[in-house]
Design a protein around this ligand. Sequence first.
Ligand code: NAD
Ligand code: UGA
Length: 471
Amino acid sequence: MTNPVSICVIGSGYVGLVAAVCFAEIGHRVVCVDNDEARVRNLCEGRVPIFEDHLPELLARHLKRRVEFTTDLGQAVKGTEAIFIAVGTPQGDTGAADLSYVEAVVSEIALSISNYKVIVEKSTVPVYTNDWIRRVLRRHGVDPLSFDVVSNPEFLREGTAVVDFLHPDRIVIGASNERSANLMRRIYEPLTRGSYYTQPDALPGPCSTFNPARLLVTSTQSSEIIKHASNAFLALKISFINAVANLAEAVGADIVDIATGMGMDSRIGPGFLKAGLGYGGSCFPKDVAAFHWVAQQQGMDFQLLKEIRRINEAQKDVFFNKVLSALWTLRGKRLTALGLSFKGNTDDIRESPAIDIIKRLLEAGSAVTVYDPAAMERAREVLPASNKLRYAGDIYEASNDADAVLILTDWKEFAEIDLARLNLVVRFPIVIDGRNLYNPQKMLRHGFTYVSVGRPASYQSVESKPREAVL
Ligand code: NAD
Ligand code: UGA
């Protein structure tokens, strides 16, 4: 690359680590800072602390060449032109984002600015955070000519984060002057000009030299709102389809067909119309709440956002009631829960609907055996193993002698179960699928009673197995 930028990324979580490694991948020199010493130690030795496709390979490719890790924020900031803040912005008590991690980082950056830097908000933050960052820097006596603050929200999804980063639908930059906007343009140039996609070892994805990443430069306020509004809109699509799913179920219609039919309209689009357990994760729940708070600060009661959340919460009750109606009572039942993470292909359990459902089943007196391909280690911290909660090594071990199998996360592995084998190991062939991973007719043919979301349940006349299989 002809014009690399020296970049500091603060925070090595799902966003910071992916950004750091991907900036290295497109040719920049990166130093990534975290105040979690163990995490930094692991990263320095090439161990990736999160489950994310492609990340281990890319880290191995660039570690100690173009990307390094440290806990020393001051030193890292000194030698760099752009400083990306990618620390957490969790939900506070009022629904507003807790910006104390961002403020702590900004105060530390202030101590180390000696020449011009562009400070980049990568974390998801409410409108006007940009102004607050400027103000904090000024309060610490930093010369206003020695920095600019820009907004550059991140739209990656966990599980596909690396490909999303390198092949983005769009890159949004909120800047108040050309100097800082130009540095940001330079950083993303390999993606926006498409030179990255001609590299022989470039990660394949939807962008190419003919269809490079699109870049939008706008004001800082617009950029900040684009992020909140995008997440809120995606959450809206999910709540909308879940509400329609409940209606579909009431009238004997099929939500999968309905979503397909709606999604064929290019104005609606097929994405984010999967009915299920409701959205979870570290972002939609907190960002919908934070966006509501932002509107409230401007004297607006953005009721629609409240409704999105209400439907989302209610969706978990809907699923729990499905389990009840399929099993009659829960006390003493032996249930299998497939999935712990908030969606497939990630080990992240933050705000996971699966965890919520499992807690309710345990409270109702069931014994639950869980299995997840990647999230079991994290889950043990919030759901410790006990005589009522067991962790299993695979789907079939988890389903051994189960009164019913519940699918709670949309892992690919759960869509490819050997149904004959499953039928052999369970006590009763009942599958309650919160992610609509199977065709109901197929499940019926394999001898299962199958209950899913927004589709008529298919019941076997009696869910007994051949006597010799039970014994
Ligand atoms: P995370 O919790 O995975 O990572 C945050 C990291 O910041 C942690 O490793 C933590 O140790 C570190 N940190 C905290 N304070 C620090 C300090 N003072 N100095 C150095 N390091 C510090 O969070 P995340 O999921 O990566 O999210 C970060 C931000 O990005 C949030 O605002 C989130 O809303 C936004 N976002 C997240 C995603 C996602 O998919 N997770 C996608 C887009 C945007
Ligand atoms: C989401 C957005 O998709 C990203 O663009 C954004 O950058 C990120 O939040 C963020 O700001 O953190 P992520 O939370 O990783 O990404 O996961 P999604 O794929 O969006 O799924 C979120 C939740 O919605 C999951 O629980 C998922 O199971 C659920 N979902 C998603 C549905 O129930 N139905 C769908 O059709 C899609």
